[in-house]
Design a protein around this ligand. Structure first.
Ligand code: RB5
Length: 149
C-alpha cells in the first residue's frame, strides 16, 4: 500500500519510526513533513495529507501530533476522509473493520513508541468488514455530498 505520513512538531519524534515500520512491512511511504522539531501549525500538515488520501494518491494516511486531536479534527473536514484518533490497537482495528477509516491519527504525547507501532500494525492489517457497516459509512459520506450542494 502507498501510505502518506505527516506530523507536526508534537509528533516529529515518531515520524522516522513510523516511516521505518511502514518500510519494514513492505509499504511505500509518502513523507509529507514536517522535517524538523521547529514549531509548525498542524492544520497545514493534516490538510496536505487528507488531500492525497481523498484524491486517491495514497490509500491510507497516518497523522501524528501531540495528542492526535488537532490532526483528526482537521483531516475530517476534507471530503472523503475518515480519520480515526486511536490510542490502542483495538480502536485501530475497529476503525478499519467498522468505520473503514482511511487516516490513522495518534498523539506522540499520549502513546509510547511500542504502543504506536502496535496501533499502526493493527490499522494496516485489518480490512473493512463491509455489510451493515458499509451502509453506515455511506451515511457519513453522504454528509460530504450535502456539504457541497
Ligand atoms: C502542539 O503543541 C500541539 O497543540 C499539537 O501537536 C496537537 O496536540 C494539537 O492537537
Amino acid at each position: 500500500m502507498k501510505i502518506a505520513v505527516a506530523v507536526d512538531h508534537g509528533g516529529y519524534g515518531l515520524k522516522k519510526q513510523v516511516l521505518q515500520w511502514l518500510s519494514a512491512a513492505g509499504h511505500e511511504a509518502l513523507d509529507l513533513g514536517t522535517d524538523s522539531p521547529e514549531s509548525v501549525d498542524y492544520p497545514d500538515f493534516a490538510v496536505r495529507l487528507a488531500q492525497v488520501v481523498a484524491n486517491g494518491e495514497c490509500e491510507h494516511g497516518i497523522l501524528v501530533c501531540g495528542t492526535g486531536i488537532g490532526m483528526s479534527i482537521t483531516a475530517n473536514r476534507v471530503a472523503g476522509v475518515r480519520a480515526a484518533l486511536c490510542t490502542d490497537p483495538y480502536m485501530a482495528r475497529m476503525s478499519r473493520a467498522h468505520n473503514d477509516a482511511n487516516v490513522l491519527c495518534m498523539g506522540e504525547r499520549v502513546v509510547g513508541p511500542g504502543l504506536a507501532r502496535a496501533i499502526v500494525e493493527a490499522f494496516l492489517e485489518q480490512p473493512f468488514e463491509g455489510g451493515r457497516h458499509a451502509r453506515r459509512v455511506e451515511k457519513i459520506m453522504a454528509l460530504d455530498r450535502e456539504d457541497r450542494e
